[in-house]
Design a protein around this ligand. Sequence first.
Ligand code: RB5
Length: 147
Amino acid sequence: MGKIVIASDHAGFYLKEKVKEFLQKENHKVIDVGCFSAESVDYPEYGAKAIEKILNKEAEYGILICGTGIGMSIVANRFPGIRAALCHEPFSAKMSRLHNNANVLVLGGRIIGEGIALEIVKTFFETPFEGGRHERRINLIEDITKK
Ligand code: RB5
């Protein structure tokens, strides 16, 4: 698997560190684009930094974490070719890969704990895209939003 870029704001910083540690233990290559402390920052800046790495092909997947995950999701899904899934439990993470071919996983650092977050991450990266009719639907998203 290609590299994973990870980013958070201050509200996701603690969980980002835990997720990064977990991914590295699982032998994934991780690019951390910040933030690098719990000092208050603006999530759109860090979300966009991560997405840039995917768009220029330095990374294949992304993980974004803010307080609720909502701000990071809004930012990520503004970019063509990005399918960001905000997941609070493993079932959504599984379906986001199977049906949506999500390339960005978004977590809410103020919503879920470390244990469930790591289960979500594990599920996300273990689950392949199903393709078939779902491929057509994903292509439709791009076609429709180009107009
Ligand atoms: C920061 O206070 C918070 O607004 C941010 O982390 C995120 O939850 C925004 O959607």
